[in-house]
Design a protein around this ligand. Structure first.
Ligand code: PGA
Length: 299
């Protein structure tokens, strides 16, 4: 009997299993039952003629053959994307899905840009994922979204990037904090404060550590909060100081609930970047959104 044919669905499933490192999570993502997923992978293995997964210490791992099939799955995915991009270009209509991932600190301005964009192009179906820098890098390496908004260009991945908006990081405190009256606060003085920090994996945390460590100063976190909103509330409650993007504290600054400390080396001037894998063909929707972002107070 001839080998069964390989299907696109099987390749998509393989990618989902590897991304989640789990058959059951992949089944959930693809709206299938777990036995259905196992069956699909079994027939993919029959078509290939070799196992794609092996179990080591109860962990599933791709075999060498599995890795080659996964690479092929990714390149098939890229070709299909390219085909769609070409077809979109022919029809010229800005219609279809727009799947954007943004780092936590960018969630304060991106939705309003998206809102404006949807007024112009109501047939676009948006999807916004908010995550920290570390998770974003993983998603980028696996090509999970159409466009990625972050505060740093990843060095470890082949990407194209477009800067579009200034990202200013400030040291902030409650307006009642004694340091609010001081100027030129040194970093060593600042490091003695109770620092409220984001989780490991946050780009803001990394940038903060970098400036302190460039002067051989270590910031000892007083409290780690996995969310910018929680940090803002803790700052307002005078629990400590924090480094935050000015975009995330616009309202609190306007209403005088949070104050900026005048520390040496701050503010940090960075940029927001729209990023995508170099080899990716952008759909007309993504390209139009990218150009729209560039109209926003560019560098
Ligand atoms: P974060 O990223 O929200 O993970 O801190 C910010 C950034 O990339 O600058």
């Amino acid at each position: 009997m001839a080998n069964p044919a390989i299907t696109l669905k099987q390749l998509k499933l393989l990618d989902a299993i590897v991304r989640h490192n789990s058959f059951s999570l992949a089944a959930k993502e693809m709206y299938l039952s777990q036995p259905a997923v196992s069956l699909q992978i079994k027939s993919l293995e029959e078509a290939i003629g070799q196992p794609l997964f092996e179990k080591i210490n109860k962990q599933i791992r791709l075999t060498e053959v599995g890795k080659i099939v996964l690479d092929t799955a990714h390149s098939v995915h890229r070709h299909i994307e390219k085909m769609h991009a070409g077809l979109d270009y022919l029809t010229g209509e800005v219609i279809g899905s727009l799947d954007i991932a943004v780092v936590t600190s960018a969630k304060y301005f991106l939705p309003s840009f998206l809102g404006e964009f949807l007024q112009l192009y109501p047939k676009v179906i948006p999807r916004l994922t908010v995550t920290n820098q570390a998770t974003m890098l993983k998603a980028l390496s696996q090509d999970q979204h159409n466009l990625y908004i972050m505060g740093q260009i990843p060095k470890s991945l082949k990407v194209k990037s477009r800067p579009f908006l200034e990202n200013i990081l400030e040291v902030v405190a409650s307006p009642h904090h004694p340091l609010c009256q001081k100027k030129n606060i040194s970093l060593s003085r600042l490091a003695k404060e109770r620092f409220l920090v984001r989780e490991v994996g946050s780009g803001t945390r990394k940038a903060t550590n970098k400036i302190f460590s460039s002067r051989n100063i270590t910031v000892k976190p007083y409290m780690e909060l996995g969310d910018t909103g929680a940090i803002k509330n803790a700052v307002m409650a005078d629990l400590g100081v924090a480094v935050l993007s000015r975009h995330s504290i616009r309202l609190e600054l306007e209403t005088g609930k949070i104050a900026i400390l005048k520390a040496t080396g701050f503010p940090l001037h960075r940029h927001w970047y729209a990023i995508y894998p170099s080899e990716k063909s952008l759909s007309i929707v993504t390209r139009t959104f990218l150009e729209f972002l560039m109209t926003k107070e560019t560098v």
